[in-house]
Design a protein around this ligand. Structure first.
Ligand code: ADP
Ligand code: MG
Ligand code: ZN
Length: 610
C-alpha cells in the first residue's frame, strides 16, 4: 500500500509538470486582453484594427497601435457572416487582414476534448498503477517454484573466499574433499582414464562441526560457483513447489557448470520415503524424487558436484545413498583437543588476544565443543572484553566465556537467601567431593554457587583427555556423583530441596541407558531393550516400541532402582567419611562463591587415577 501511494504521488507530480509545460507552450498565455464582439465591431468601424487571425472560434486581433486582444465568437457563424450581421461595411472589412488558421487538426480536438480527456487520463493512470501493484503480488506468487538457491559467486576476492585454510582440524575430511576439488579443476584427467566423476558427496556430522564451512571451502579451493540451498526450503506449504525448485536449481547450476550444488540439511527432504504421516510427506517424496532424477540426469561431462550435509544419516532414504548418488561419505566428528586448538587459532586470528593466552589450555577445557561452539566462545570473550572496556582479550575472559557457553549466562541478580545459599553450597560441595574421591569420575575444575542458566550452582568436571569410549565403571561413578548433591542435602539437613531434581533426572536417564542400550546390567542378557522409533512430523524420538515382555520390564525397573540405590550408598559413604573436607569446601563457597581447580587441589591434593 505504501508502494502504491508513492507511485501515485509520482504520477501526480508528473502530471502537474506536464500540465504546466503544456500551458507554457500554448500562446494563449501571451499577454492578451480579452474583449467582446461589440468592442471589436466598434474598433473595426473606427478603423483601428490591422489584422484578425481566426482560429476556430477564437479571434486574435492586432490593432494598429500594436496591442493584441482576443475575442471569442459564437461557434456556428463564420467571421464574415458575423461582421455582415453587424452591418460592418465591406470596405472596412477589406482593409483588415483576415487570416483563417485551420484548426481541424490535433490541437483543435485536444482543446475541445481536454475537459473530458484530462480526468480520463488521470483515471486510467490510477487504474494502471493499481493493476501493477496487483500484478507484482501475483508474479511474486508465481516465483514460488523458483529455487531460492543463492549463488555464492566465485568472483569473490581471494581474501573473502573460504578455503581449506579456514577449516581447522578435520584432516581426513579435507583429504577426501581434495579429490573433489581435483575433479572440478581437471575433469579431463579423470575422464581420460575412464574414471567416473562422483556426483554426490554427503557430509555427515553433528551440528556445528563445519559441514557448511567445508562445502564452501571446496568451492573456494576449486574456484567454481557454489549454489547453496537448504533442504527445509524445499518443503513448503504447496505441493509440487519443492520439486519445481529442485528443477530450477539444477537448471541454474547446469548453466554455470562446473560448479557445486550444496544442499544443506538434506534430511529435511531426504528422509525415508513412505515413513511419515500427513500430507507434507507426499511433497517431500516428490522433492526427493526430483533430486534423484536430476542427479541421474546429468551425464559424465556435466561436471556438477552435489554436496549435501546432514546430521542424521540414519534417517536418509536408501536411494540417496546408492552408488551414483551420494555415494561418498565424509564424516566430521567432534574435534579432539589438537583440532580444538587449531580451530581456536583460526578464530583467534582476527581478534586481539593477549599473547600469553595458552590456546591449548582452552582446548583442554572444552571437550565436546564443536567448531561452532569454539567460534562462539571466542566471540563471547571478545564481547566480554569490549564490555569491560579492555583492548585485548585475556585468559580470564575466555575462561569465563567457556562457562557461559556451557551453562548459560551468570545470573548475579538471582540472589539466594541465607538458607538457600547454605543448601546450595552443601549440595555442590557434595558433588565435588564425591567426584574427587571416585577414581573413575572426571576431576573437578570449578565449584560455584553463582546461578547460571537454570542451575542454582554448579560443579564443573572435565575429563583429562578426550574420550571416545566409556566403561561401566565410569558410568557407575558418574551415577554416584549425580546423586551426591541429593544425598548431601539429606545427610546434613535431614530434608531435600528441589535443587536436586535435575540431577535425579540425569541419573535416571543414565541408569536406563546402561541397562537398555549398553547391555551393562548384571542380571539381564547383553541385548538392547526397546526400539526407538522416530515420528517424522516432530523429528524427535518420542516413541519407543517395546520389544520385551512385561516380566522383563519389571526386571529393568528393578535394575535401574538397584543402580541408583547403589550409587546413593557410594556417595553417602564418601560424605560421611570425609565430612571435615566437605565442611571445608562449604566454608570457602559461602565466603567466595566459587573455588577454582588450583585451590580445590590445594585442599584435596591432585586427583590420581588408581
Ligand atoms: P554445520 O554446517 O556443520 O552445522 P557450520 O559449517 O555452519 O556447521 O559451522 C559453523 C561455524 O563454526 C563456522 O562458520 C565456523 O566459524 C565454525 N567452525 C566449525 N567448524 C570449524 C572448523 N573445523 N574450523 C574452523 N571453524 C569452524
Ligand atoms: Mg550447516
Ligand atoms: Zn546437583
Amino acid at each position: 500500500m505504501r508502494q502504491f501511494s508513492k507511485n501515485f504521488l509520482i504520477f501526480l507530480i508528473i502530471f502537474f509538470v506536464l500540465a504546466g509545460l503544456a500551458s507554457m507552450l500554448t500562446p494563449s498565455l501571451e499577454k492578451q486582453d480579452k474583449t467582446d464582439i461589440s468592442t471589436l465591431i466598434a474598433q473595426i468601424n473606427n478603423e483601428e484594427v490591422e489584422s484578425i487571425e481566426v482560429s476556430g472560434n477564437k479571434l486574435t486581433i492586432k490593432l494598429n497601435d500594436g496591442t493584441k486582444e482576443t475575442v471569442q465568437k459564437e461557434g456556428a457563424e463564420s467571421l464574415t457572416a458575423l461582421l455582415k450581421n453587424y452591418e460592418v461595411s465591406s470596405a472596412k472589412i477589406q482593409k483588415i487582414d483576415i487570416a483563417v488558421k485551420d484548426e481541424s487538426g490535433l490541437a483543435f480536438w485536444l482543446i475541445t476534448l481536454s475537459p473530458i480527456l484530462i480526468p480520463l487520463l488521470l483515471f486510467i493512470g490510477i487504474i494502471y498503477f493499481m493493476m501493477r501493484q496487483v500484478q507484482g503480488a501475483n508474479s511474486r506468487a508465481m516465483m514460488f517454484g523458483k529455487s531460492k538457491a543463492r549463488e555464492v559467486s566465485n568472483q569473490l576476492t581471494t581474501k573473502e573466499k573460504t578455503t581449506f585454510k579456514d577449516v581447522a582440524g578435520v584432516k581426513e575430511a579435507k583429504e577426501e574433499l581434495d579429490e573433489v576439488v581435483d575433479f572440478l579443476k581437471n575433469p579431463k584427467k579423470f575422464i581420460n582414464v575412464g574414471a567416473k566423476i562422483p556426483k554426490g558427496v554427503l557430509l555427515v556430522g553433528p551440528p556445528g562441526t563445519g559441514k557448511t564451512l567445508l562445502a564452501k571451502a571446496v568451492s573456494g579451493e576449486a574456484g567454481v560457483p557454489f549454489f547453496n540451498i537448504s533442504g527445509s526450503e524445499f518443503v513448503e506449504m504447496f505441493v509440487g513447489v519443492g520439486a519445481s525448485r529442485v528443477r530450477d536449481l539444477f537448471h541454474k547450476a547446469k548453466k554455470s557448470s562446473p560448479c557445486i550444488v550444496f544442499i544443506d540439511e538434506l534430511d529435511a527432504v531426504g528422509r525415508q520415503r513412505g515413513a511419515g504421516l500427513g500430507g507434507s510427506n507426499d511433497e517431500r517424496e516428490q522433492t526427493l524424487n526430483q533430486i534423484l532424477v536430476e542427479m541421474d540426469g546429468f551425464d559424465v561431462n556435466t561436471n556438477i558436484i552435489v554436496i549435501a550435509a546432514t546430521n542424521r544419516p540414519d534417517v536418509l532414504d536408501a536411494a540417496l545413498l546408492r552408488p551414483g548418488r551420494f555415494d561418498r561419505r565424509v564424516v566430521l566428528d567432534f574435534p579432539d583437543i589438537a583440532d580444538r586448538e587449531a580451530i581456536l587459532k583460526v578464530h583467534a586470528k582476527n581478534k586481539p588476544i593477549v599473547k600469553e593466552v595458552d590456546l591449548r589450555k582452552i582446548a583442554a577445557r572444552t571437550p565436546g565443543f564443536t567448531g561452532a561452539d569454539l567460534a562462539n566462545l571466542l566471540n563471547e570473550a571478545a564481547i566480554l572484553t569490549a564490555r569491560k572496556d579492555k583492548k585485548q582479550v585475556d585468559e580470564t575472559a575466555i575462561l569465563e566465556s567457556i562457562e557461559k557457553v556451557m551453562l548459560g549466562p551468570e545470573r548475579k541478580s538471582h540472589i539466594l537467601n541465607e538458607q538457600e545459599r547454605k543448601i546450595t553450597a552443601y549440595h555442590e560441595a557434595g558433588h565435588a567431593l564425591v567426584a574427587h574421591e571416585l577414581p573413575n569420575a572426571d576431576p573437578v575444575h570449578k565449584v560455584s554457587i553463582v546461578s547460571r542458566g537454570r542451575a542454582a550452582g554448579y560443579t564443573l568436571k572435565l575429563p583429562t583427555e578426550d574420550k571416545h569410549l566409556h566403561t561401566r565403571a565410569e558410568f557407575i561413578d558418574d551415577l554416584a556423583v549425580f546423586l551426591a548433591g541429593h544425598t548431601t542435602e539429606k545427610e546434613i539437613f535431614g530434608d531435600i530441596s528441589t535443587g536436586a531434581s535435575n540431577d535425579l533426572k540425569q541419573a535416571t536417564r543414565l541408569a536406563r541407558r546402561l541397562i537398555m542400550e549398553y547391555g551393562m546390567s548384571e542380571n539381564l542378557v547383553p541385548r538392547t531393550f526397546g526400539e526407538k522409533e522416530e515420528l517424522i512430523f516432530l523429528g524427535r524420538e518420542i516413541h519407543e516400541q517395546r520389544d520385551y515382555s512385561e516380566k522383563v520390564a519389571e526386571v529393568i525397573d528393578e535394575e535401574i532402582s538397584h543402580l541408583i540405590s547403589e550409587a546413593r550408598k557410594t556417595a553417602l559413604n564418601i560424605i560421611k567419611k570425609k565430612k571435615t573436607k566437605l565442611e571445608e569446601i562449604v566454608k570457602i563457597l559461602l565466603e567466595k562463591e566459587a573455588i577454582e581447580k588450583d585451590e580445590f587441589e590445594k585442599i584435596f591434593g591432585k586427583k590420581t587415577k588408581e
